[in-house]
Design a protein around this ligand. Structure first.
Ligand code: SAM
Ligand code: GLN
Length: 286
């Protein structure tokens, strides 16, 4: 049995569409099994696929049909123009989080433009997407990345090594690993779990059955981690500091109120993502 590339892709898109999966996954999976760039794939559309590659492709498509996210099948996701390894121990980095990184880079430049060295920590680093991107985009930053999950930290460490970022990794609960050192930071960023537990019933099973619940869910209203941050943040921030959180749509007011209560003098700002949803809260303190 043999098929031309375009025939295999046509099969994949109608098969996936019938099962209500992402029908564009076929192209990503084809590029993964053949190792072809997008341009090569289009140039070779009418070539035959070898039987081995056809089997590998069909297996990958069936895995996605079963609900496994494409990124876990191919083992990577792109974030801020770089490829990050992912596995089921880490959340697949989302495009919204690129906006948190962009917003943080901009605000750090505005607040600390002339300063030559800045200490930044990313809490709940997962794949390391935020920490590694910040370090590579702004060489002034000395970056620490934490996670409560040892398996997630292993992925983040691998990504830092692959991408050439010099990051200090610490395992522990929220800000605890920073508090014990007594060190103070110029900036704390975090995309913590923020989904209310009850939302699970209507979320896609591609997410709920495959991505780590430790990365997704945070109590009845999704705000548990932000509330805990408020007790611990004053212990790790310098007098002048930036805090940047990713939040769930609709949480902007609650999270900005929490920050304003702990830092009454801070300039607290809720920022919408490109889809017009409240997605980030920044506090410029001092
Ligand atoms: N920063 C990554 C990103 O933006 O793609 C991952 C974010 S994911 C939404 C949240 C991460 O926080 C997960 O990696 C999870 O293991 C970690 N986490 C959950 N609870 C934590 C806690 N109490 N202390 C530290 N990390 C925690
Ligand atoms: N944005 C992710 C999702 O909706 C959730 C990430 C998080 O809880 N921080 O799947």
């Amino acid at each position: 049995m043999s098929k031309k590339i375009y025939e295999a892709l046509n099969w994949a898109s109608s098969f996936l569409k019938a099962k209500q999966r992402d029908e564009n996954a076929g192209e990503l999976l084809m590029r993964h099994v053949t190792g072809m760039s997008r341009a090569t794939l289009f140039a070779e559309m009418r070539e035959e696929l070898s039987p081995e590659l056809l089997i590998a492709f069909e297996q990958a498509v069936r895995q996605h049909e079963q609900g496994i996210p494409v990124q876990y099948i191919i083992g990577t996701e792109e974030f801020y123009g770089r490829h990050f390894k992912v596995n089921p121990a880490v959340l697949i980095p989302r495009p919204e989080t690129e906006e948190l990184v962009y917003g943080a880079l901009e605000r750090l430049e505005k607040m600390f433009g002339k300063q030559v060295e800045l200490e930044l920590a990313d809490i709940g680093t997962g794949s390391g997407a935020i920490a590694i991107t910040m370090a590579l985009e702004n060489p002034k930053l000395q970056v620490t990345a934490t996670d409560v999950s040892a398996d997630a930290l292993a992925v983040a460490k691998q990504n830092a090594a692959d991408l050439g970022a010099d990051i200090e990794f610490k395992q522990g609960d929220l800000l605890e690993p920073l508090i014990v050192t007594g060190k103070k930071y110029d900036a704390i960023l975090s995309n913590p779990p923020y989904i209310p537990v009850s939302d699970q019933s209507w979320m896609s099973e591609v997410v709920t059955e495959h991505e780590p619940h430790l990365a997704l869910f945070a109590g009845d209203d999704g705000l548990d981690l932000y509330r805990r941050f408020m007790d611990e943040l004053p212990l790790v921030l310098k007098e002048k500091a930036l805090v940047g959180f990713e939040i769930g749509a609709g949480q902007g007011e609650a999270v900005s109120t929490l920050l304003q209560q702990v830092f009454p003098e801070a300039r607290v700002e809720v920022v919408n993502d490109i889809n017009g949803k409240d997605r980030m809260v920044f506090a410029e303190i001092g």
